[in-house]
Design a protein around this ligand. Structure first.
Ligand SMILES: [Zn+2]
Length: 170
């Protein structure tokens, strides 16, 4: 049984370079088209830390204190990788949409800075895009460059937090 949803225009492929799998577009995807809906079960940070590293890698933060953790490790929507120059963004907390047109054969990606602000999934990034930050951290949502590039595509709880943060530094 599938818990989440991945658009039928996508497919999961093996991706040895990134150590695991990746999601590719098998058809042209139009800007703002729905790409995936993440599913899982809700945990707090303490419960999250009791999960395996692999499970934590398939977890997405959905509020200041809560996370959506995987029920199984073969959920197609959970194989969408990070990029520092992504083609998808977040709507609400669990829906991924195309931020621009995505071509057939292109890897489908989002920026973990759009969802995560806790230290459970920080890593060195080798996405090789001109925007690559080298390291993906819990504090990346504070980067003004990302506010501009991802406006309207941060997870709702982070969008709200960014608005407050911006008011506090103005
Ligand atoms: Zn990168």
């Amino acid at each position: 049984m599938r818990i989440g949803y991945l658009s039928g225009k996508m497919e999961v492929v093996e991706n040895p370079n990134k150590g695991g799998k990746a999601v590719m577009a098998k058809h042209l995807i139009r800007k703002d088209e729905l790409v995936a809906i993440w599913g899982g079960f809700i945990v707090n940070y303490q419960q999250l830390r009791e999960l395996t590293e692999e499970e934590q890698g398939h977890t997405v933060q959905v509020s200041d204190d809560f996370f959506l953790a995987p029920l199984t490790m073969d959920e197609p929507a959970d194989f969408i990788n990070h990029s520092c120059d992504p083609n998808c963004g977040v709507q609400g907390q669990i829906i991924l949409v195309a931020m621009r047109d995505i071509q057939l054969g292109e890897e489908v990606t989002f920026d973990y800075a759009m969802t995560d602000s806790s230290p459970f999934d920080e890593f060195d990034c080798g996405c090789a895009s001109p925007y690559c930050r080298g390291k993906v951290t819990r504090d990346d949502w504070k980067l003004p460059d990302l506010w501009q590039r991802y406006e309207g595509y941060f997870s709702t709880y982070l969008g709200n937090r960014i608005s407050k943060f911006r008011r506090s530094i103005d």
